[in-house]
Design a protein around this ligand. Sequence first.
Ligand code: SF4
Length: 207
Amino acid sequence: MAEPLFPLLSLARLRMETDGAGVTTLVAGAGCPLSCRWCINKRLLKEAKAEPVTAEELTERLRIDDLYFRATGGGVCFGGGEALLHADFLRRFREVCPAEWRISAETSLAVPPDAVRTAAEAVDFFIVDCKDMDGEIYLRYTGGDGALMRENLRLLLSLAGAGRIRVRVPRIPEYNTAEDQARSAAALRALGVETVELFDYVIRPDA
Ligand code: SF4
């Protein structure tokens, strides 16, 4: 089988406790199946030229922070874009990077269920960007299928367990309200999600 490549956009080193435990390097990759109205990465995802890297090449670049990762229980967070578009790469990265590195992934779960299955074996911790649990709000804001996200979340809960998942629910100006956000949080808890984080999007005037 051909070596899976990751379309690398950028690396952000020495992040503290923002992408999960410990010191983390955020690895941003190209590609996202959604079209969120206030996406802060829209321009980057459309225009930036990605550099294809193998899991071995990426591991070598990230090794500079190996001691920090080991000392703090941190590691690598894959974001973007949609990290789970690259599930085969994540599996390969897990095989070649040091076992002590904690791998996390930011995902909207707007991916085929097979990608969720593969990622559940490779990734230690998932940060799920839920947008909203209401199908109409979700469609209006992302252009995507909320039912797919909800089904994939059920699947991920069954494969990875609630302890490896944090779900973020934004209040999105012009798209949902604090009440919608609270309804989403309740629906997520009813599914078995234990860690739900509510926050507000801040929209730049030029967005
Ligand atoms: S899921 Fe994230 S990266 Fe993709 S369009 Fe929405 S905000 Fe942007």
